[in-house]
Design a protein around this ligand. Structure first.
Ligand code: 8DG
Ligand code: MG
Ligand code: MG
Length: 148
């Protein structure tokens, strides 16, 4: 019911770029199951967007992002009303790169929440994308061109 999710939540999602590619994983979740989404999650009390971005990427992929190079790209307002429970997220899209000289591959640290991570070119994004990401793409969002 609406009551259970009465307050909007803040979600920080990370466009982790490597060369011409961005990191996406297929979700295992009641929200957007089987769709491809960016690493990310809920902003915790007291966190900066940058801290949240680095923490979620680490928790979900094991990768370390360069904390000096995290940038805010876009803010979106996402209402999921078709779900069993309604959800309302303010999505904070960040851009990040790996720490210098890091050539490790992402690990699927939370296999119950994700099928695995891989790098994709923006012009060859996998389908279907998680709905809020699809919306941003359709609105012209491109983390390779966006300026903060
Ligand atoms: P947490 O417990 O680790 O904090 O959260 P999570 O389990 O990692 O949450 P999530 O579902 O991955 O992300 C939180 C919400 O962020 C998600 O339910 C909806 C919103 N969100 C968007 N766009 C995207 C996106 O591209 N990727 C992810 N992961 N979440 C997104 O609006
Ligand atoms: Mg997540
Ligand atoms: Mg998470």
């Amino acid at each position: 019911t609406r009551e259970e999710n009465a307050a909007p939540r803040v979600a920080v999602v990370v466009c982790l770029l490597k060369g011409k590619t961005v990191l996406l994983g297929r979700r295992r979740s009641s929200l957007g199951d089987s769709t491809f989404s960016l690493p990310g999650g809920h902003l915790e009390f007291g966190e900066s967007f940058e801290e949240c971005a680095a923490r979620e990427v680490k928790e979900e992929t094991g990768l370390d992002i360069d904390k000096e190079k995290i940038e805010l790209l876009r803010v979106t307002n996402n209402l999921f009303v078709e779900e069993v429970k309604a959800h309302h997220y303010v999505g904070i899209f960040m851009r990040a790169v790996l720490t210098d000289g890091d050539h490790r591959e992402p690990q699927n640290v939370e296999p119950n929440m994700c099928d695995g991570w891989d790098w994709y070119e923006w012009v060859r994004l996998p389908q279907p994308l998680f709905w809020p990401l699809q919306n941003a793409v359709e609105a012209g969002f491109n983390p390779f061109h966006a300026s903060p």
